[in-house]
Write a protein of this length. Structure first.
Length: 201
């Protein structure tokens, strides 16, 4: 609420709309990168004998889905003539959020599997708090929506690191390619991901 108050008062209606649009653009393509793997990952974690192998392959798959989504967002961005010169660099910069959101939700899979949802809540609280702090700092050195976007990216990066430290105490990631595990994830996530993407858009 404090950050929203700061945004609306500092940016005005046009600047706030620009900021919301940029964040929403990244969020839409994050939904594409998730493709239902968060829900499927939690489900399969309770079924797989080798949990570490499942987590490792989930991380691998979700990373590549994030990269793929970033590429699609940038290609679409370059083809659409609707972005003005002020918004275009913000859209490019915001593509980092697609990857950061993907990594954070990969950790959320671990927390949900281990019934430690408070860890996810802690990550989100830390993100919100840091966004406010960094926004106040960056506003002193720059203007427009860019400082707020930088604050969001930096806050998510730090909360991701904090989440990783918490996840390490709960689970291990076996970074070993498994065609069987990836096929199982993909088969279950494919129809669910399509539905989630449609509703997200």
């Amino acid at each position: 609420m404090a950050t929203t108050f700061l945004l609306t008062n500092y940016l005005g209606a046009k600047g706030f709309g620009q900021y919301v649009f940029v964040i929403s653009y990244a969020t839409i393509f994050y939904a594409l990168s998730d493709w239902g793997t968060t829900i499927v990952g939690v489900k399969l974690a309770g079924e797989e004998k080798d949990e570490a192998l499942l987590f490792g392959n989930l991380f691998f798959l979700r990373t590549w889905l994030s990269v793929f989504s970033v590429l699609i967002s940038l290609v679409l961005f370059s083809l659409l003539p609707i972005f003005d010169q002020e918004t275009r660099p913000l859209i490019i910069f915001s593509s980092l959020l697609i990857v950061l959101f993907g990594f954070k939700n990969s950790l959320a899979i671990v927390f949900q599997t281990k019934l430690k949802m408070e860890k996810t809540a802690l990550m989100e609280f830390l993100t919100g708090f840091l966004v406010l702090i960094f926004s106040l700092f960056f506003l002193k050195v720059s203007s427009g929506a860019a400082p707020f976007l930088a604050a969001v990216i930096l806050a998510n990066l730090i909360s991701l690191f904090a989440g990783f430290l918490m996840a390490k105490k709960l689970a291990t990631f076996k970074m070993k390619f498994s065609k069987e595990v990836l096929t199982k994830i993909f088969q279950e996530a494919l129809p669910m991901g399509g539905v989630l993407v449609i509703f997200s858009i």
